[in-house]
Write a protein that binds this ligand. Structure first.
Ligand SMILES: Cc1ncc(COP(=O)(O)O)c(C=O)c1O
Length: 453
């Protein structure tokens, strides 16, 4: 049998965390011997919108299934125009369509941007688990910037770090709204960050894939508006249109970047020729201004908010647990560090072991631990995604009878997301069990000590 030699650079790359998570969940689940576990697990781990792909997008895809010709590298003009109009209408960001480039997902485009832009990458942490493997694969210099307790980077911390970096150009990855915290930067916060960026030659890749999920949409401000000469805005169909599997994203280049865009085109053409033609047609329907799309965004963000508020309230009622209060996305970040002594007493010495123990029988609860969010291994924080419910039926029920009062909303969660309700109870039970196991071990030890005296 031939032995295949694999390039050393690839061998050195760690499995990206999303693959790790998949493998881990599959392996674990097939191993569990208890028959009552056949339902699966409480899924707080995967970051996927639960809603159906909007009907106009599905229809456009079906209608254009016969279109097999290659598209232009940077995307169809009609799509780039639709994206430009979408940004103006929804986010007040007025851009020339020639600054919009379409690609097969924002993950790919972020990778392509880091390929062509020289400079040290500044990665705020906690971070989405997708960035770091890319940075490492590209062998970029990088520095982490750990956020303060309010969950956001501060201009002072950014400036402090930048003064230590010697590259002429730096690249800040700003993810706003943020995965994993669910937080949204205000206009003032973005302006203060921009001041530092202008002063120290920092370009920004502003990953705004969750922009449209901002619960109060007026609160979202695109970094592109604040720092138009230095920001690459990325967004796409994956989260707002529940179509991650369509693989379509876009980047809006900063102003005055004609030459850079030609270089970028070269890279895209070299790597993947163009984005799928039928998918681009579907995306035109998704970004076009229409009452159906407006209604879809409105309903889905309202449901995300109801689930987010519920998850926030339940978790923060558990003694010692603190979480961010999400203002967008379908995530929050929960801090379980108050339990670290109990974890250590139970041989749970790092966040990986924490997520492993929580998925064990009888808890079967999957979340993303701190090590997958680029935090210290001993930081017992975790990302909780609140999407484990049937989105299609939740949307129908919402339209039929929109919950208004706090008790309507609670009823809505109980009726539409029973696994979220039960899963959060499991987290509470797990923490209680860890505590009582430790207490009974201590009591046993004390009795033994007394006996030997
Ligand atoms: C912060 C963030 N950026 C980018 C992506 C990936 O987007 P796409 O599907 O467009 O590649 C995700 C998906 O989980 C994400 O959470």
């Amino acid at each position: 049998m031939t032995k295949f030699l694999i390039d050393q650079q690839v061998q050195d790359i760690e499995l990206p965390e999303n693959l790790k998570l998949n493998t881990f969940l599959q392996e674990f689940h097939s191993d569990c011997p208890h028959p009552e576990c056949s339902f699966g697990f409480y899924g707080f781990a995967f970051g996927q919108s639960p809603f159906p792909v909007p009907k106009p997008v599905q229809d456009a895809l079906i209608k254009n299934a016969s279109k097999g010709a290659y598209a232009a590298v940077q995307g169809f003009p009609e799509l780039r125009e639709a994206i430009a109009r979408y940004n103006k209408k929804n986010f007040g960001y007025d851009v020339d369509p020639r600054r919009v480039y379409v690609g097969p997902g924002t993950k790919e485009l972020i990778f392509n941007l880091m390929e062509i832009l020289h400079g040290t990458v500044i990665l705020p942490t906690p971070a989405w688990l997708g960035y770091l493997p890319q940075i490492r694969f590209l062998k970029k210099n990088y520095h982490m910037l750990h956020v303060r307790s309010n969950g956001k980077i501060t201009p002072n911390d950014l400036e402090h770090l930048t003064l230590r970096l010697h590259d002429r150009q730096k690249i800040l990855i700003l993810n706003n709204p943020n995965n994993p915290t669910g937080l949204v930067y205000s206009q003032l916060e973005l302006e203060e960050i921009t001041d530092v960026c202008r002063k120290h030659d920092i370009l920004v890749i502003s990953d705004e894939i969750y922009a449209q999920t901002t619960y109060d949409i007026n609160k979202f401000v695109s970094m592109g508006r604040i720092y138009p000469e230095g920001t690459f805005v990325t967004n796409g169909l994956s989260k707002s249109h529940a179509a991650g599997g369509y693989r379509l994203g876009y980047v809006i280049f900063p102003q005055h970047t004609y030459d850079l865009r030609q270089q970028f085109k070269k890279i895209l053409a070299t790597e993947y020729t163009a984005t799928s033609t039928p998918i681009q047609h579907a995306a035109i329907a998704g970004f076009q201004d229409s009452p159906e799309m407006d209604e879809y965004f409105e309903i889905t963000r309202k449901i995300h908010q109801i689930m987010g508020d519920y998850t926030f309230q339940v978790l923060n009622k558990i003694e010692g647990v603190k979480t961010t209060k999400p203002e967008a996305t379908f995530y929050l970040m929960a801090n379980f560090n108050a339990y670290s002594d109990y974890f250590l007493a139970n041989k749970i010495s790092n966040s990986q072991k924490f997520s492993e123990s929580l998925i064990q029988h009888p808890y079967h609860t999957a979340l993303v631990g701190g090590d997958s969010l680029v935090l210290e291994r001993t930081d017992f924080s975790a990302r909780i995604a609140f999407v484990d419910y049937d989105g299609a039926s939740a949307m129908q029920n919402y339209v039929h009878n929109p919950p208004k009062t706090a008790s309507d909303k609670l009823e809505f969660v109980n009726n539409n997301a029973p696994k979220i309700v039960a899963g959060l109870k499991m987290i509470q039970r797990y923490l209680k069990d860890i505590q009582s196991k430790t207490d009974s071990e201590i009591a046993k030890l004390e009795t033994n000590i007394k006996k030997t005296r």
